[in-house]
Design a protein around this ligand. Structure first.
Ligand SMILES: Cc1cc2nc3c(=O)[nH]c(=O)nc-3n(C[C@H](O)[C@H](O)[C@H](O)COP(=O)(O)OP(=O)(O)OC[C@H]3O[C@@H](n4cnc5c(N)ncnc54)[C@H](O)[C@@H]3O)c2cc1C
Length: 60
């Protein structure tokens, strides 16, 4: 069985920021982020960024 110090469930913006700052403060920690959807299609962080992608396309 794989062991870690901290297991973050969910790799959206909050989960990734949590992992980032934990490692920044304590680089020796073993932090694992568990994300069920690597495409981020249904994550609210991903949904939020879609309109921005549309805007970029419109201004090009
Ligand atoms: C359309 C829309 C527009 C928005 N606009 C804004 C805005 O303008 N400004 C603003 O500040 N906020 C906005 N928000 C809110 C903001 O996007 C969210 O508050 C933020 O993205 C939440 O991040 P999160 O990491 O908590 O959740 P999410 O981004 O949803 O990430 C959670 C992750 O956890 C994963 N997960 C869930 N359960 C499990 C499990 N059991 N095992 C493994 N993985 C799991 C999911 O797959 C997902 O990737 C908007 C949201 C939406 C939907």
């Amino acid at each position: 069985m794989r062991r870690c110090d901290v297991l973050v469930i969910g790799g959206g913006v909050v989960g990734q920021a949590t992992a980032f700052w934990l490692l920044r403060k304590a680089p020796g920690l073993e932090v694992v982020v568990l994300e069920r959807d690597p495409t981020y299609r249904e994550a609210s962080s991903g949904l939020r960024s879609r309109p921005r992608a549309e805007c970029r396309r419109l201004t090009m």
